[in-house]
Design a protein around this ligand. Structure first.
Ligand code: AHR
Length: 648
């Protein structure tokens, strides 16, 4: 039997259908000249050749492109802890003197609410009254997104030069109209640092990011503020939690793990800037913040426990990356006694994740609000240590390996570069390639020696499209993923990188990135949807199969899940030609009638999704009635197809 493009038209609007028929016709004409012979895919449904790794698809994360601050971490106030200062003074805070108010705003390095936050904003008001306010304004991360009828949790630390100095008015204001969208008052401050918490509630309004946050005072005096915070509702209503739309997009990927944190963020530019995980724990007022490697500081509001909760929320296991004594400016810690404290820090970190409440760090985790230990199987030692030109990684790895193995022999240890001193359980390999290179690499693991360490493709991406991958990138990403699936007995984990990008040009350091967003909206790139399709249709075993007459740029993988009685076929036609495919399924007693076809297709390689057009390219799912053990199937040019076929 033959399955035609027309089988999915029932779900298309009539106008789109007409356009697609036209496109299909012109492509048929194009392709008829150099028609490739029918490709024949033979599937031996009763014969598995390998297991699919249950952890194959996961997420890699780091603070880059405002992935956390201004990204998934839901905090809306930028530079809340006054850590970012330039020649202008305090960044992201603007002094406003209404009418004849007179005031000055400055960083005060002599006082703060805690040892960790030992500096603050000082607002000196010489003259102000109810009609002439002195104010400080924050525009958030390229706007403060507000929704109608919504409650925002806000808080700050403050003190004043005399008792009962106040009130301080806290408001959310629309940038365009000046309308007060929500407001409340702190009645009075004291001369001691104190925390204040309050809510700001919006009423009827249009959802918008054109808003700012403002603190106003109506009398002379000196005021100090710090840790000024504003949170919208978060995913699962977690305090200090994550942005809902981004978490939902990640959940749809069904990720099995979170590499936390991956990338340069773990290492920092200098050893002193490495990720000090211990300084990311506990109350926010006890987190000193730190300098990240991507040109902006990190609030560390998303710290180690928040990473672990993120795992818990999305049912992922953590892949814990520990700092291994190399930082990006080429600095390394000499193996031996100099490295010992860093190794101990890694052991402490593992204990924080997995230790019972009887252990020192397990008790700390309980104190932070999570008595139950987290599951942990994989620990990664460093990141991209091939860049360490001192060649110290082998010895550094050995020191970490021995200590971790001794502490917990069950943990699997990942090396970031080949080593000879020890045999790592897993090697992390990174690939950033052009579309053409990734198409060529789709078979690179077919011949890999199965005796060696398992492989974690901890970072990979087709480097085409900006700020997020275009459809051409999605095609080669999908072709590459067919190779990961076919070889997932040896490639046990893979994660695209970078995962997230705030698309404001000043926010982005790296392109392309899988998921884009601004303050109010988010969207998945075509590559994101390819990953959703692949991870949502993944069997537990690789099925014996072969492809004859592949022609050019045709890629596939076949997996099965015998418990569910499902066969999953992925076929990527990365050519501009329509392709005919004959699919022969042997070794199945019955082929179910409720097969489904999901197609991701672009009109051109450059076509893409964006904030303005977030669903231009999305998967289209249809029923495929009456599939048999031998059927013909027409593959659209430039298309990614997933067939889910019930069988026994
Ligand atoms: O993913 C962006 C960067 O690429 C990562 O931080 C680093 O590991 C790699 O070089």
């Amino acid at each position: 039997m033959r399955v035609q493009i027309g089988t999915r038209v029932s779900i298309l609007a009539a106008g789109i259908f007409l356009a697609q028929v036209a496109v299909a016709q012109s492509r048929t004409e194009q392709s008829s000249a150099g028609q490739s012979p029918t490709a024949v895919l033979q599937i031996q449904a009763d014969h598995a050749i390998a297991n699919v790794s249950p952890t194959l698809y996961g997420l890699m994360t780091e603070e880059i492109n405002h992935s956390y601050d201004g990204g998934i971490y839901a905090e809306l106030i930028r530079n809340r802890a006054m850590q970012k200062v330039s020649w202008r003074g305090l960044d992201d805070w603007i002094l406003q003197q209404d009418g004849n108010a007179e005031a000055a705003m400055a960083l005060d390095t002599t006082t703060g609410p805690s040892t960790a936050l030992s500096r603050s904003m000082k607002l000196t008001v010489k003259q102000a009254d109810a009609s002439n306010l002195a104010r400080v304004r924050n525009d958030g991360y390229w706007g403060i997104p507000l929704q109608p009828q919504t409650t925002y949790q806000s808080s700050l630390y403050a003190k004043a030069d005399k008792n009962s100095n106040g009130p301080v008015t806290v408001s959310l204001i629309n940038n365009n109209t000046g309308a007060v969208v929500a407001t409340t008052q702190i009645a009075a401050l004291t001369t001691e640092w104190k925390p204040y918490s309050f809510v700001l509630k919006t009423g009827a309004m249009q959802a918008s990011a054109a808003n700012h946050f403002i603190l106003s005072v109506a009398q002379p005096g000196t005021f100090w503020f710090d840790l000024i915070s504003l949170f919208p509702p978060t995913y699962k209503n977690t305090v200090n939690g994550n942005r809902i739309d981004l978490m939902e997009k990640l959940a749809a990927m069904h990720p099995a793990f979170l590499r936390l944190p991956g990338g340069n963020y773990l290492e920092g530019n200098h050893i002193s800037d490495r990720l000090h995980w211990k300084q990311t724990l506990g109350p926010l007022v006890d987190r000193p913040t730190h300098t990240g490697p991507w040109g902006y500081p990190s609030s560390d509001g998303l710290g180690l426990l928040e990473y672990l909760r993120w795992c818990e929320d999305l049912h992922m296991q953590p892949v814990l990356a520990v700092y291994a004594g190399y930082s990006l400016a080429g600095e390394h810690v000499t193996p031996g006694k100099d490295l010992a404290p860093y190794v101990q820090s890694a052991l402490d970190e593992i204990e924080y994740v997995t230790g019972s409440v009887q252990t020192k760090w397990g008790a700390e985790r309980a104190k932070d609000g999570h008595p139950a230990p987290f599951p942990l199987t994989y620990v990664e030692v460093g990141n991209e240590d091939e860049f360490d030109k001192s060649s110290s990684y082998d010895a550094r790895f050995a020191q970490f390996f021995d200590a971790i193995r001794k502490a917990d022999p069950n943990l699997k240890i990942i090396a970031t570069d080949p080593v000879t001193s020890r045999v790592p359980d897993v090697i992390d390999e990174h690939f950033y390639k052009s579309a053409e290179e990734f198409l060529q690499a789709a078979h690179q693991y077919d011949q890999t020696n199965r005796k060696g360490p398992k492989i974690f493709v901890g970072e990979w991406a087709t480097m085409e499209g900006t700020p997020t991958p275009d459809f051409g990138a999605a095609l080669s990403d999908a072709a590459w993923m067919t190779g990961l699936e076919r070889n997932s007995d040896i490639v046990i984990m893979a994660s695209y990188a970078p995962l997230l990008v705030n698309v404001n040009p000043q926010a982005m350091q790296w392109t392309p990135d899988l998921i884009g967003y601004d303050a109010l909206h988010s969207y998945g790139s075509p590559s994101y949807y390819a990953q959703v399709m692949f991870s949502s249709n993944l069997g537990t075993q690789v099925v014996d199969s072969s492809l004859q007459n592949p022609g050019t740029h045709l890629y596939y993988s076949v997996t099965r899940d015998t418990a569910k009685g499902m066969l999953y076929l992925k076929v990527v036609n990365a050519s501009a030609q329509l392709r005919e495919m004959n699919i022969q399924i042997q070794g199945a007693q019955t082929i179910g009638i409720n097969a489904t076809l999901t197609v991701l297709r672009g009109q051109s390689l450059a076509e893409t999704n964006s904030i303005a057009d977030p669903e231009r390219i999305v998967p289209m799912k249809t029923e495929l009635p009456n599939i048999s053990a031998n059927f013909n199937y027409t593959l659209d040019p430039y298309s990614i197809q997933v067939l889910a076929i019930p069988y026994r």
